[in-house]
Design a protein around this ligand. Structure first.
Ligand code: N01
Length: 502
C-alpha cells in the first residue's frame, strides 16, 4: 500500500533533508506529523518494511495493549476502537491509517537499518550510516528507535544446545504448527501473560517457567457497542470526556508509584482477589508475588490465572538452570519439550551499545553514558548538538500511556527546530548544567519511587539507578516540555559550506 514516490534529497543544500528521523513507529510518526505542522522538511529511515514499530513486530498470539485504547492513540487522531483494550492487529492498522492520512509513506525509506550516526564538527551536520552502506546527511537527527525492540535472551547454560523449535515473543514464527506440542514458556512478564493462555489452548503439555511471580490485576476488557463507537466518533466532547476520565484515573494511580509505595497495598488487595481464580493452592502460593506491587510492571489479564486450572498447564517455579538438547531443567528436574518460547523481554538499559553515535569531537554515546543513560528531559545531551531522542532516558512509563509522553516530546522538538529555523541557527546544543541538573532531579525523585522498593527489573541499570522511567506524574512532564526554553541551550549561527553528497 506504500506509494512509490519518495521525497527526494534537497540537492541545493547537499543534505538529504533538514531532519532525519530514525524509526517510523508511534514516536517517529508523531515527530513527522509535528514537523509537517512546523513546516520543517524531513525523511524517516525505517529498518522494517512498514510503519508501526513494536505493533508491526510483536505478532505473538494474544498480543494486545494493556493501556486503554482511547488513551493509546494520538490525541489529535482518535479512532473507532472496537474494544476497551485493543489487540495488536487493530493498533497496527491504526498506525498504517495514520501514516496514509498524513501522507507519511513518501517520506519513509523502508528496509533501511541505521547502524550509526556521526556529527561532523566542520559543517555541523549529521551523517547516518546504514547496514547496506548507504549514507544520509541532515542538519538534525531525531532518534525514534523505541526502547523495546532488541529481544533479550537469558544467559542460561546450554541455551544453544536445544534441538527443537525456539522463538522469542518479539520474533514470532507463525509458520510453526504448535498444535499438540510440548511447549515451554520462559518468563512471566507482560508478554508471557498474553502468550500463556493462547499456548494453553494448543499445547499437549505447557510448562510455564517462572523466576519471579508478577502482580496481575483484572483487565476491564470489553467490546464497545456500536452506539458507543458512534457516540465517540461523532461527539468530540464525549470522546474528550472519556479520554480525560481514563487519563486521570491512571494518573491518580501514579501516586503509589512515585510518591508513596505504601499506597500500592490497595492494588495488591485487588490482585490477591484476582489470584483466587487459580484453584490449586500450591500453584496459587507459587504465583503470589513477594515484592511491592509496581516495582515491576503491573500486569492486566483475565485469562492468565485461569489457564493454570487446565490439566495440560503446569507452573514451574525457581527459575531455569539449564537447557539441554530436548528439555528445560529447573529445580533439579528435567522437562522434555518440543518448543521453547522466550518471553524474556528486551535489552533496554544497555542502549549505548546498540547503536554507534558520536557527537562533537568524535565523543561516543558510550563515553557520555559511561555512568548510565541520561539526557535533558530525556531529549537532549550536551556534546550531541542537533540531536534529539524520543523515548530517551527516564521517559518510559509504568503507569500511563506512552503516547502522552511521545506527543509531549515531539511537540518540544518541533518547537526547538522551528526556533533553529527562525534564527537561522546551525547548531543547538543543551548546556551541561541543564542536563546535570535534570539527572540529579531524576535520581532524587526515583529514590522514593516504588521501583526502588527492592526488586530486580529492567527499569533499573546494573548499579540500581532508574534511567528508564519517568519518576513523576505525566502532567509534570507535559509542564516541563510544553514550551521549548532556549536559555537551556547554546547555539551557533555560522553558515559553513555544505559538501555535496557523493
Ligand atoms: O519482558 P519482561 P516482557 N530465567 O522483561 C524472565 C512492554 N510490553 O516482554 O522477573 C528465567 O517484563 C523475567 O523474570 P524476572 C512492557 O513495557 C507491553 O514481558 O526477571 N526467567 C520476566 O518474568 C513490558 O514491561 C505490553 O525474575 C527469566 C520475563 O522473563 C515490556 O514490554 C505487552 C530469565 C521478562 O519480562 C517487557 O515485557 C508486552 C532467566 N534467566 C510487553 N531472564 C502491552 O500490553 C528473564 N526472565 C503494552
Amino acid at each position: 500500500s506504500q506509494p512509490a514516490t519518495q521525497v527526494l534529497a534537497n540537492t541545493a543544500t547537499g543534505l538529504d533533508a533538514s531532519v532525519l528521523i530514525i524509526g517510523a513507529g508511534f514516536s517517529g510518526m508523531a515527530m513527522a506529523i509535528a514537523l509537517q505542522k512546523a513546516g520543517v522538511d524531513f525523511i524517516m529511515l525505517e529498518k522494517g518494511s512498514d510503519v508501526g514499530g513494536t505493533w508491526r513486530d510483536n505478532v505473538y498470539p494474544g498480543a494486545a495493549c494493556d493501556v486503554p485504547s482511547h488513551m493509546y492513540c494520538y490525541s489529535f487522531e482518535p479512532n473507532r476502537w472496537s474494544r476497551s483494550f485493543a489487540a495488536q492487529p487493530e493498533i497496527f492498522d491504526y498506525t498504517k491509517n495514520v501514516a496514509q492520512k498524513y501522507q507519511l509513506y513518501p517520506h519513509v525509506r523502508f528496509n533501511v537499518e541505521v547502524t550509526g550516526a556521526h556529527y561532523n564538527d566542520d559543517n555541523c551536520t549529521w551523517q547516518v550510516d546504514t547496514a547496506s552502506g548507504q549514507q544520509f546527511r541532515a542538519r538534525t537527527v531525531v532518534s525514534a528507535r523505541g526502547a523495546l525492540h532488541i529481544p533479550s535472551y537469558p544467559n542460561i547454560k546450554g541455551l544453544h544446545d536445544f534441538k527443537g523449535v525456539t522463538m522469542h515473543s518479539a520474533k514470532w514464527d507463525h509458520s510453526v504448527d504448535l498444535q499438540g506440542k510440548r511447549i515451554a514458556v520462559i518468563g512471566t512478564g507482560a508478554s508471557a501473560i498474553q502468550v500463556v493462555p493462547e499456548m494453553a489452548k494448543v499445547a499437549s503439555e505447557l510448562y510455564v517457567f517462572q523466576r519471579t511471580p508478577a502482580w496481575v490485576l483484572p483487565k476491564a476488557d470489553f467490546a464497545f457497542k456500536e452506539e458507543t463507537k458512534d457516540k465517540y466518533e461523532k461527539s468530540l466532547l464525549a470522546r474528550k470526556w472519556y479520554r480525560n476520565k481514563i487519563y486521570w484515573i491512571l494518573e491518580a494511580s501514579a501516586a503509589g508509584f512515585v510518591i508513596d509505595p505504601r499506597i500500592m497495598k490497595y492494588g495488591q488487595k485487588l490482585a490477591y482477589k484476582n489470584l483466587q481464580r487459580v484453584k490449586d493452592e500450591t500453584t496459587r502460593a507459587a504465583l503470589t508475588p513477594n515484592y511491592t506491587m509496581g516495582c515491576k510492571r503491573v500486569l492486566l489479564s483475565n485469562n492468565y490465572y485461569p489457564a493454570f486450572n487446565q490439566d495440560n498447564v503446569r507452573l514451574v517455579g525457581g527459575g531455569v538452570t539449564e537447557i539441554t538438547e530436548n528439555s528445560v531443567k529447573a529445580n533439579g528436574q528435567d522437562y522434555p519439550v518440543d518448543v521453547i518460547i522466550y518471553c524474556t523481554g528486551f535489552d533496554v538499559t544497555n542502549q549505548a551499545n546498540q547503536f554507534d553515535i558520536t557527537g562533537k569531537h568524535g565523543k561516543s554515546i558510550q563515553t557520555h553514558w559511561k555512568n548510565g543513560m541520561h539526557a535533558y528531559l530525556g531529549i537532549s545531551s550536551y556534546d550531541f548538538p542537533n540531536a534529539f531522542f524520543l523515548l530517551g532516558p527516564n521517559t518510559g512509563l509504568g503507569h500511563n500511556s506512552i503516547i502522552f509522553m511521545i506527543e509531549s516530546q515531539a511537540s518540544y522538538i518541533a518547537q526547538a527546530l522551528k526556533y533553529m529555523k527562525k534564527h537561522k541557527l546551525n547548531t543547538l546544543e543543551v548546556k551541561q548544567e541543564a542536563e546535570d541538573g535534570f539527572v540529579r532531579e531524576m535520581q532524587k525523585q526515583s529514590d522514593k519511587s516504588v521501583w526502588k522498593s527492592g526488586c530486580n527489573s529492567w527499569y533499573l541499570d546494573e548499579t540500581g539507578r532508574n534511567t528508564t522511567l519517568w519518576p513523576s506524574f505525566t502532567f509534570m512532564y507535559w509542564l516541563k516540555t510544553r514550551s521549548f526554553d532556549p536559555s537551556r541551550y547554546t547555539s551557533e549561527k555560522k553558515l559553513p559550506r555544505l559538501n555535496p553528497i557523493k
